[in-house]
Design a protein. Structure first.
Length: 201
C-alpha cells in the first residue's frame, strides 16, 4: 500500500489563505465600539450627581472594569465617571458631618462628646467637602454655646465653693471673682438663666 504524503503549510501561509480576515477585524472593531458605547451610555445615565447616584456610578464603573484594554481606550468620556465618583465621595463625606452636627441637638453640659466628634469629622474634610456642609453655622453656634455653659458652670461652682465666709475664704473668693470677670458679656447677662438650665454637680 502506498502512503499518501502530506505537506503541512506553514502557519504564515495558512493565514494568507484566509480571505475573510478583514471581516473578522471589522467585526472585532464593531464589537469593541458597541461595548464602549454601552459604558458611555451608563456614564451619561448618571446625570447630575447626588447622594442617590451611588448605584448608577457603581454600575458604570463595573461595566468599564469588564472591558478589554482596547475597548477601554474607546471610552472617551471616562473622565466624567471619574468626576462623578469624586463628587459623590465629597457629598457623602459632607453628609456624614451634617448628620453629626444635627445629632448635637439642644446644647447642654453633656454635649461635649457630640460637639467634639462633629468638629473632628468636619476638620478632617477636604476644603471642597467642607464647603458642602450646609449646617456648619449650627456647629459654630453649638460650640460657642457649650463654651459659655462650661464657663458659667465653672463660675457657679467657684461661687458655691466659697461656702460660709471665714478668714480662710480669701482664695475661694478671689478664684470666684476671677472666674466671673472672665465671662463674656453674654455669659454675664445670662448667668442666672443658664444656672437654671445647667445641672451643677
Amino acid at each position: 500500500m502506498t502512503r499518501v504524503q502530506t505537506c503541512a503549510l506553514p502557519i504564515s501561509v495558512q493565514k494568507i489563505l484566509v480571505t475573510k480576515y478583514r471581516e473578522l477585524t471589522d467585526a472585532e472593531e464593531a464589537y469593541d465600539r458597541l461595548k464602549a458605547n454601552e459604558v458611555s451610555a451608563a456614564i451619561a445615565d448618571i446625570g447630575g450627581v447626588t447622594l442617590d447616584s451611588r448605584e448608577r456610578i457603581l454600575r458604570a464603573q463595573t461595566m468599564f472594569n469588564r472591558l478589554s484594554m482596547r475597548q477601554r481606550a474607546l471610552v472617551t468620556d471616562y473622565r466624567l465617571l471619574t468626576a462623578a465618583k469624586i463628587k459623590y465621595r465629597d457629598l457623602y463625606a459632607a453628609r456624614m458631618a451634617e448628620e453629626l452636627i444635627s445629632n448635637i441637638g439642644e446644647v447642654t453640659l453633656d454635649s461635649g462628646p457630640k460637639i467634639s466628634a462633629a468638629v473632628r469629622v468636619y476638620n478632617e474634610l477636604m476644603t471642597q467637602q467642607q464647603d458642602m456642609v450646609t449646617n456648619y453655622d449650627v456647629l459654630v453656634q453649638a460650640s460657642e454655646r457649650y463654651d459659655q455653659l462650661k464657663a458659667v458652670d465653672a463660675t457657679e461652682t467657684a461661687i458655691r465653693n466659697i461656702g460660709v465666709v471665714s478668714r480662710a475664704s480669701g482664695g475661694f473668693i478671689h478664684r470666684a471673682r476671677m472666674s466671673y470677670d472672665a465671662l463674656g458679656p453674654r455669659s454675664e447677662e445670662h448667668t442666672s438663666e443658664l444656672q437654671s438650665r445647667v445641672s451643677i454637680s
